[in-house]
Design a protein. Sequence first.
Length: 276
Amino acid sequence: MANLRMQVLLVYLGATALACRHSTHEKADRTAATNGSVSVDASPPATQPSVVTPSSPRSPATLSDSSSLCNEQAPQDFLVNAHFNGRPLANAGALREWKDAVARSIRYRTEQYGYYSGFGSYAWNKKPLHSQMRTVKFFGLPVRLHERVIPALRCVETALRSDCTQFPYQPRALSGRRENNTYLDGDVSNHVYGIAIDIDPLQNPCCNCIEPWKSSPRCQGKKTDLERMDMPACWISVFERFGFYWLGHDALKDTMHFEFLGDPEQVAQGDAGVSR
Ligand SMILES: [Zn+2]
């Protein structure tokens, strides 16, 4: 899934109607949006479960085998606000405001997670981004993520296993870190920083992305966002308790995608944390 990219050009129908924002699966050229069109680059869902192959000969650590003192926290507003999320960019002031929000978000993510070539400054964080990626197991499936957010996912799995037992769900395919940025508009996907995870793209579609998601039976008719996916609502609640932002809230309705927008310094206490 991460290696397949398609580009489509959509006519810009208006900020709220088109609801283009970036995600793992779509990227909108927001500058173009102000000129009447939006270029969307998207990766189609995997036809086969797309688990990440561990790069280490060692078995990936199991997330749930570590008891931790987990801090609950909300996603940070300034990172959420940097999302495009269908915002109108009808004038230069609005565009500048959004670009400033993206620049702040890139600086923060660079300082916290590492420098991605071409975005921000190497001087902000000289620790290589790629060297901080680790493969772990989440519900038995390997996924590659930044070491600083792995404790947060560990907290999530522990809570899911204790708090969502009435709504059993077993993921079949995960996707985490990607080496290449899929955005065209000057922003960087959170998959590049290794702080985003997709869960079952085929079962939890992005209904306002490109095909084949848009034609998914789950996306047809009048349904709530939660009714368009297989993942239980309980899972959304648990992820959100530990600093993950769910893109199902976003205009694209990207229900498979969670990204850690909390403070990595506040993830966990004791041995669950991974410091820089
Ligand atoms: Zn994603």
